[in-house]
Design a binder for this molecule. Structure first.
Ligand SMILES: C[S@@+](CC[C@H](N)C(=O)[O-])C[C@H]1O[C@@H](n2cnc3c(N)ncnc32)[C@H](O)[C@@H]1O
Length: 275
């Protein structure tokens, strides 16, 4: 299996989707079956067994997370396992929850290491939480436009937010610290994030934490609350999904553009004559 049209890859970065085995694509299955080793980052029951039945030796990378340690150290160890195996007994795969290039730093490290070492990488997209969240909310990002942010970088980089478009914020549960911890968060953890959002949205604006189903029999969980209550709600309910912030107001339309779009003669001026 290559899919690259070039030399066979030594490393596959494979997205496994969100809902256990059910989201695996045929392409993902083909690439995993071609591997001698698969390094797995997926918490759901049955996934390791399914991947193992395709042929490769399966190694669980979740054990690399150590409490009270900077997460980057775990990501480096994960990437080192993958790149070492790719050098010694290719092909190998890093198989991750969701999409392998959506907030999956080990994939970034593997890509960098592979580039340095002249290893070929092939990326297999997976169904992301970005996909499932749109389904759970029943929204089309093209209707209003959409921004996607990582929670800590919103505050760290003082991101300008647009209150006329939909916004998704990932990793709010890990906000404000690079350290991995099993401990529950206090409301004060989320206060800087809430305060930054309050510069752009009113405290009464209703936002929603969306937790997509991670197993076929599990329900999706939507938790709506007023933005002003974010710190308490996030801590008290230990929410861990993606935060959806709907637009707070309609955008101002450019009347000239609108007129041209609906002018039946304009399209003739914008395109070549038929034939
Ligand atoms: C480390 S990122 C990994 C994202 C993953 N690669 C993907 O494609 O969805 C984890 C973040 O993804 C989002 N996420 C993961 N699983 C989710 C789910 N079941 N429902 C909603 N959001 C989810 C949350 O914002 C969470 O903090």
């Amino acid at each position: 299996v290559t899919g690259t049209g070039r030399r066979a890859p030594e490393i596959y970065l494979v997205g496994l989707g969100i809902q256990g085995v059910r989201h695996l694509t045929r392409e993902a299955e083909d690439c995993l079956a071609a591997c001698r080793d698969v390094f797995l980052l997926h918490p759901t029951f049955g996934v390791a067994e399914f991947v193992g039945a395709l042929g490769p030796a399966v190694h669980d990378l979740l054990a690399e997370y150590v409490a009270d340690e900077d997460r980057v150290l775990a990501y480096r160890r994960m990437a080192t396992h993958v790149v070492s195996a790719a050098l010694e007994r290719p092909p190998t795969a890093l198989a991750t929850y969701g999409h392998p290039l959506v907030l999956t730093y080990p994939s970034t490290l593997v890509q960098r290491g592979a580039a340095e070492l002249g290893l070929q990488v092939y990326v297999v997209p997976g169904i992301s939480s970005l996909d499932t969240v749109l389904v759970d909310l029943g929204i089309d990002p093209g209707t209003t436009g959409m921004a996607i942010h990582e929670a800590s970088s919103v505050v760290l980089e003082r991101k300008h937010l647009d209150d006329t478009i939909a916004t998704l914020v990932l990793q709010l549960s890990a906000f404000g610290s690079a350290y991995h911890t099993p401990s529950a968060s206090r409301p004060s953890r989320f206060a800087p994030f809430r305060d930054h959002l309050l510069e752009y949205f009113p405290a009464t604006h209703v936002v929603t934490d969306v937790q997509s189903a991670t197993f076929p029999i599990l329900p999706r969980v939507l938790t709506p609350f007023a933005l002003g209550d974010l710190a308490e709600v996030y801590a008290n309910e230990q929410l861990g999904g993606t935060l959806f912030i709907p637009p707070a107001r309609a955008p101002e339309l450019d009347e000239d553009v609108l007129r041209i779009m609906h002018d039946p003669l304009a399209i003739g001026r914008l395109t070549y004559p038929p034939g």
